[in-house]
Design a protein around this ligand. Structure first.
Ligand code: KG4
Ligand code: ZN
Length: 345
């Protein structure tokens, strides 16, 4: 089975062709960073219009690269949510239209499910069940993953997502957008112990409530950076030290919550995915944790930590292989909880 994947939920146009026998055949990503950089963040309307311009030419390119004729495509997967409504609609309309024209099924994919499954594109992939840490610009969550579509959220952010905290901190420090890679770069020359930033909700492990101790909060960390930056002359060294101390605090929080989640689930497999999982310090810390606990940790290749079409094509293949597909009508869901996706039969 050969599946075309289309990802347009935010500011990256990602497309890919996945083949059940040969694996990933081709993938392309067009990043809109240059388009939004002057605004310090993503401008939804500009994002939608650029997806319209880029998606079809990119699809043509990968079809040529993979020497694939439309008649060889067995299904189309598109990101249907969560994300920016207009941007999602571009991918959904395109995916659904191509499926109609090519007379193949189309399947709507949840963006975070794409991230969740992305390590399965690597050699020696994880198998179900596993515990997952999903960290992106819009989400921070821990999930107990039993099978395809059977996800239980163990904890999630009560305020900002961790990627958002990286982005806001980078903006405060004048490091630009997107913030995650900029903070990581600046942190390399900094002292992570210069500032002891708060590690919210890690003081004590709660034993009651919906998500005992596994929820996250990142707005306090961001406020601590605001307070530190106030009335300071930002020298390159100070910026580096704040970036390093911030990164250290964020990574420490994620690592301790992973440890608690693994204790709770008893799982021997940890998957970390989503944009922030590209962070090398986080990868290093989770590897140390996994050695300590005798657990295996799985990541996507750094390129597939952030948004991409390959994870959507792969998730689409898994779902199409079970017979799932959408009716001719289509829609996008800007808000959509991963627990609501539903299992496949
Ligand atoms: O998954 P993703 O590409 O898009 C969303 O689904 O949101 O994640 C983007 C987020 C941004 O907040 C970005 O700053 C963060 O991932 N990010 C990083 C790194 N690379 C991207 N955060 C920390 N370190 C990185 N190396
Ligand atoms: Zn994403």
């Amino acid at each position: 089975m050969r599946v075309l994947g289309i990802e347009t939920s935010c500011d990256d146009t990602g497309v890919a062709l996945y083949d059940s026998g040969a694996g990933l055949l081709a993938h392309r990503l067009f990043s809109q960073t240059a388009l939004h950089i002057d605004y310090g963040g993503v401008v939804p309307e500009l994002a939608s219009r650029d997806h319209i311009r880029k998606a079809l030419p990119l699809i043509r390119t990968i079809m040529e690269e993979a020497k694939t004729h439309p008649a060889q495509i067995n299904g189309i997967a598109y990101t249907a949510g969560p994300g920016l409504a207009g941007a999602l609609l571009v991918g959904a309309a395109l995916g659904r239209s191509l499926a109609y024209a090519w007379k193949v099924p189309a399947v709507a994919i949840h963006h975070m499910e794409g991230h969740l499954l992305s390590p399965m594109l690597e050699p020696d992939p994880p198998s179900f069940p596993f515990t997952a840490l999903l960290v992106s610009g819009g989400h921070t969550l821990l999930a107990d993953v039993q099978a395809l579509g059977r996800y239980t959220i163990l904890g999630e952010s009560v305020d900002d997502a961790v990627g958002e905290a990286f982005d806001k901190t980078a903006k405060l420090l004048g490091l630009g957008y997107p913030g995650g890679p900029a903070i990581a770069r600046a942190a390399q020359g900094g002292n992570p112990e210069r500032f002891k930033f708060p590690r919210p909700m890690t003081e004590r492990r709660k034993t009651h409530g919906a998500h005992p101790g596994l929820d996250f909060s990142f707005s306090g960390l961001k406020t601590a950076v605001v307070t530190t930056v106030k009335n300071q002359h930002l020298t390159p060294q100070l910026i580096a030290d704040i970036a390093a101390s911030f990164e250290e605090a964020a990574v420490a929080v994620l690592a301790i919550k992973c440890e608690w989640a693994l204790e709770q689930t008893g799982s021997k497999r940890l998957v970390a995915a989503g944009g922030v999982s590209a962070n090398l310090k986080l990868r290093e810390r989770l590897k140390q944790l996994s050695e300590k606990l005798g657990v295996r940790v799985y990541f996507p290749r750094p390129e597939f930590s952030t948004d991409n079409g390959a994870m959507i094509a792969y998730a689409g293949y898994l779902r199409l292989a079970t017979g799932q597909h959408e009716p001719l009508t289509f829609g996008a869901r800007a808000r959509w909880r991963i627990e609501e996706i539903g299992a496949v039969s």
